[in-house]
Design a protein around this ligand. Structure first.
Ligand code: IPD
Ligand code: CA
Ligand code: CA
Length: 265
């Protein structure tokens, strides 16, 4: 079994743990506004770390529930797993969908493999550098529609300063006037996959952690889309960033970057 298949198998296993959950209660709140964690976030992460370290023993890990937010020096070379065990914990707590498991592999600090699994709808998104992006084994391509004929998905950056989330909503109105309409799913990893699969033309969120976007970046780029920060700069994959994930159609139309006066990061 190759590395991608081993990672997919681990993601399916994580999905089984998520679907077996009952009586989900937040066990503690992390720092920030309404930033909850459940026992399942830790359970899924432990399971994934065991499976993945067996699959690729030399790899290092950046995983959300370990509380490590940035790359360490040793993550800049070789392989690093970047894991969000449950992306969309608030959705998970409320049985609102989607919630996903997100596993990225960085090679020398750049996206190499992305696997994002939504166990509730059985949607397995994956990509490997140079080999295309797939949803349940069918190749996917990001949309050629311009912004005016696209749906836009926003992330609210709920855990940070008021100014940051306010900026997300101001931008929502700016994009609403230029697109079909706005959506909000509750899982940033899933949102980036939705741009890759052609359902959403553009996704943005003022602040995300590496584990929210590392896997999605590989999937989106392999589907022909573009991922940058709000100013159009390439991502550094070393920690938090604003995220703009756009389809080729939106990029070709130009004038899709958020206006600087509305940005608070
Ligand atoms: C969150 C989700 C959400 C996004 C937040 C993320 P979590 O991840 O992706 O959609 O708006 O910014 O932090 O905390 O559920 O893993
Ligand atoms: Ca997350
Ligand atoms: Ca999470």
């Amino acid at each position: 079994m190759n590395l991608l298949d081993k990672i997919k198998e681990a993601a399916y296993g994580a999905g089984e743990i998520m679907k077996s959950a009952s009586g989900i209660r937040p066990s503690e709140a992390k720092s920030g506004h309404a930033n909850f964690v459940t026992k399942y976030d830790a359970l899924v992460q432990d399971y994934l770390e065991k499976q993945l370290s067996a699959a690729l023993p030399e790899a290092t890990f950046v995983a959300e529930e370990e509380g490590q937010e940035v790359f360490k020096e040793e993550d800049k070379t070789g392989f690093t797993f970047v894991i969000d065990p449950i992306d969309g914990t608030s959705n998970f707590m409320k049985a609102w969908r989607p919630s996903t498991t997100s596993i990225g592999v960085l090679k020398d600090g750049k996206p190499y493999i992305g696997v994002i699994y939504d166990p509730y709808m059985d949607r397995m998104f994956c990509a490997e550098k140079g080999k295309g992006a797939f949803l349940n084994n069918v190749q996917i391509h990001s949309s050629e529609d311009p912004l005016s004929r696209s749906l836009v998905c926003m992330g609210t950056a709920p855990y940070y300063e008021e100014e940051v989330s306010r900026s997300a909503f101001l931008l929502g109105h700016w994009y609403l006037l230029r697109s079909i309409d706005i959506r909000r799913s509750g899982s940033a990893a899933f949102d980036i996959c939705s741009v890759a699969a052609g359902n959403i033309g553009l996704f943005y969120e003022p602040r995300l952690c590496l584990w929210d976007f590392a896997a999605g970046a590989c999937i989106l780029e392999e589907a022909g889309g573009k991922i940058t920060d709000f100013y159009g700069n390439p991502l550094t994959y070393t920690g938090k960033s604003s995220i703009l994930a756009a389809s080729p159609g939106v990029v070709a139309g130009g004038d899709y970057l958020p206006p600087k006066e509305l940005i608070r990061l």
